[in-house]
Design a protein around this ligand. Structure first.
Ligand SMILES: NC(=O)c1ccc[n+]([C@@H]2O[C@H](COP(=O)([O-])OP(=O)(O)OC[C@H]3O[C@@H](n4cnc5c(N)ncnc54)[C@H](OP(=O)(O)O)[C@@H]3O)[C@@H](O)[C@H]2O)c1
Length: 234
């Protein structure tokens, strides 16, 4: 098996940390890089310059070391509770600032990460760019309502990924693009909303998602899949 390089964006979170550890423990992974709000260099989803700076630093390091591009890029960033405000239960709770914040963190920031980091994705071989979405971002699968901002921002994240996948696949026909539902995973994000015993460990989520991603075909578009390999309607 050939060796590969992997990049995890949001490597300080529960899923991102487990994903970075997964790559670091794989003997075939010759370089595993984790970037986050607290790494060095660091990026903030609300500051495009910081993302551009991180991508440029990574590019110049790989040029100096001749290590080449990345076969795996995972964006594990996101938030459900922002500035202490959790998901809206009813339409009365809608607030412009909070909705905009949801879009900034869960859609616009991840789109700008794609803008700056997709240039590091390998071109003439199989490569994967995956972003952590959520099943609740599916418009068709919305049967319960509520969680307006988070749902809408995840739907926007999916559309931004799909649109980028179509464009980026022209130069990278072997690249796989995926929006992921990781399961209900034990993390800072999920803990206020799920009781113990109803979550899976981040390590298990990552191992299931890796199994799914390894089998996904490159088809010039993005996939929306869960940790069991089921396709989710957009
Ligand atoms: N856990 C679940 O059950 C579940 C279910 C469905 C989807 N997801 C999705 O999976 C992804 C990861 O979630 P998680 O459960 O691992 O949550 P988490 O532990 O809270 O991790 C979230 C990550 O996003 C980063 N982040 C948040 N705001 C940022 C900002 N302004 N700039 C840079 N980074 C920022 C966090 O950085 P800091 O650590 O520095 O704050 C952290 O690395 C999210 O997109 C979430 O929506 C999770």
């Amino acid at each position: 098996m050939s060796t590969y390089q992997a990049l995890v964006l949001g490597s300080s979170g529960a899923i991102g940390r487990a994903w970075l550890a997964h790559f670091q423990s794989d003997v075939n992974c010759r370089l595993a890089v984790g970037l986050s709000l607290s790494s060095s260099p660091a990026f903030d989803l609300q500051n495009e310059d910081s993302m551009a700076h991180c991508a440029a630093a990574l590019r110049s390091e790989s040029e100096q070391q001749g290590s080449g591009s990345f076969q795996w890029i995972i964006d594990a960033t996101g938030a459900l509770t922002i500035d202490g405000v959790g998901p809206e239960k009813r339409i009365d709770a809608l607030n412009a600032q909070h909705l905009l914040k949801q879009f900034e963190i869960n859609a616009v920031g991840p789109a700008l990460l794609m803008k700056h980091f997709s240039t590091l994705l390998a071109t003439h071989e199989r490569a994967v760019y995956a972003t952590l979405s959520a099943r609740v971002g599916s418009i068709e699968d919305n049967h319960k309502g509520g969680w307006y901002g988070y749902r809408a921002a995840k739907a926007a994240r999916n559309m931004l990924l799909q649109t980028a996948a179509i464009e980026l696949s022209r130069k990278r026909p072997l690249a796989v693009f995926a929006a992921l539902q990781p399961g209900t995973v034990e993390s800072r994000l999920s803990s206020p909303f799920v009781s113990a015993g109803h979550t899976i460990a981040p390590e298990l989520a990552v191992s299931k998602l890796m199994t799914v991603l390894i089998d996904l075909p490159a088809n010039g578009r993005a996939h929306f899949v869960d940790h069991a390999g089921q396709h989710i309607p957009w």
